[in-house]
Design a protein around this ligand. Structure first.
Ligand code: PHE
Length: 345
């Protein structure tokens, strides 16, 4: 763009420079707002000699239009909505530059992974039910992963949750139960009402229903007089909100060193209402998670007196739940990076 008038030219140059550093809101105020530089330019027309007034006015308006268009373009670029603080270092080309709308064609923006979308929904439900949310960790120690959960060295249950160890003796946790002791200690004394989402790792030969990396969501509830009935009611309430339908429930025996009694939580198939379908493998029922009353050993290890308090815990895999909900056949697709799959959500 060519501007004869030096003031207009300076404003044009300054604007282009500012688009690299100022957030959209400030740019708009500085260049188009009530006391903006463009308004100032337009006001200066009274000092321009009569024979140049027309050209000056046209050029100032041209600049104003240019700025409007540019700001419109910027505001349509997802990364620029809000502030310019967001930087996406994984973008295929420099989306962080303000000319990104030219190099980053519309429709190519990413979408939230279905697991992330569902995780948001699940946590919203638990927040409404009054739970605190504390995130798990991706590397933990032997004490939290095993010892606090009543799985001492040499216990056969170690094999189920053994993944691999770093040279420093740390382990990528195989379940979010690794956080149970921490959330109880953090709360100090009960009540403890906490939901713990986190990434977990398994030593798995992967197939359509097994993946080495998965999200789990743990629940820990401790207070006076907490019974198995409270646990069943809480988990049922959550699952009915998640599947948006009434469910029948039952429990099956299971074994976990950190709960007593231990159970597998089973629901009537939310899709076929027990008439039998592909999702429930024509059984009418689905096993969804391990749960149980927290073992007194685990409470004591967290400094909570099991004579006074009791509680329950559960742990379920988000990936499986999302597969069931959306009829996804192969769990590995979530982390495949296959855009055709991911864009469906
Ligand atoms: N951590 C168990 C698993 O990964 C699930 C569980 C959590 C069971 C809490 C009971 C209580 O299989």
């Amino acid at each position: 763009m060519e501007f004869k008038n030096q003031d207009i030219k300076n404003t044009y140059d300054k604007f282009n420079e500012d688009t690299n550093s100022l957030p959209l809101k400030e740019l708009t105020a500085k260049y188009l707002g009530r006391n903006s530089l463009v308004k100032e330019l337009l006001a200066k027309i009274k000092n321009i000699p009569d024979d140049q007034k027309k050209e000056y006015g046209q050029q100032a308006n041209e600049l104003s239009r240019y700025i409007e268009e540019k700001l419109e373009q910027i505001s349509n670029t997802p990364i620029f909505q809000g502030t310019k603080e967001y930087i996406d270092p994984t973008a295929p080309f420099d989306i962080n530059q303000n000319n990104s709308s030219e190099v980053y064609p519309k429709g190519l923006e990413g979408t939230k992974n279905p697991l992330t979308q569902e995780m948001d929904r699940v946590l919203d439900i638990f927040k409404q039910m009054g739970f605190d949310i504390i995130e798990s960790r991706q590397l933990d120690d032997d004490y939290h992963m095993f010892e606090t959960l009543n799985i001492p060295k040499g216990h056969p249950a170690r094999d189920i949750w053994d993944t691999f160890w770093t040279e420093e003796g740390l382990i990528p946790p195989a379940h979010t139960s690794t956080m149970q002791n921490r959330v109880m200690k953090t709360a100090g004394q009960p009540p403890v009402r906490c939901v713990i989402p986190g990434m977990c790792y398994r030593n798995e030969a992967t197939d359509a229903s097994h993946e080495h990396t998965l999200f789990q969501i743990e629940g820990v509830y401790v207070d006076k007089n907490i019974s198995v009935g409270d646990m069943l009611g809480t988990i049922k309430t959550y699952l009915e909100a998640f599947f948006q339908t009434k469910l029948e429930i039952k429990v099956q025996p299971a074994y976990f060193p950190f709960t007593e009694p231990d159970m597998e939580f089973v629901i009537s198939c939310p899709f076929c209402k027990k008439t039998g379908c592909k999702v429930c493998k024509y059984s009418g029922w689905m096993e969804l998670m391990g749960c149980g009353e927290i073992n007194p050993f685990v409470l004591r290890e967290a400094g909570i007196d099991p004579e006074v308090y009791s509680g329950f815990a559960w742990g379920f895999g988000l990936d499986r739940l999302v597969m069931v909900k959306n009829g996804i056949q192969d769990v590995r697709r979530f982390r495949s990076g296959d855009l055709n799959f991911l864009k469906q959500f």
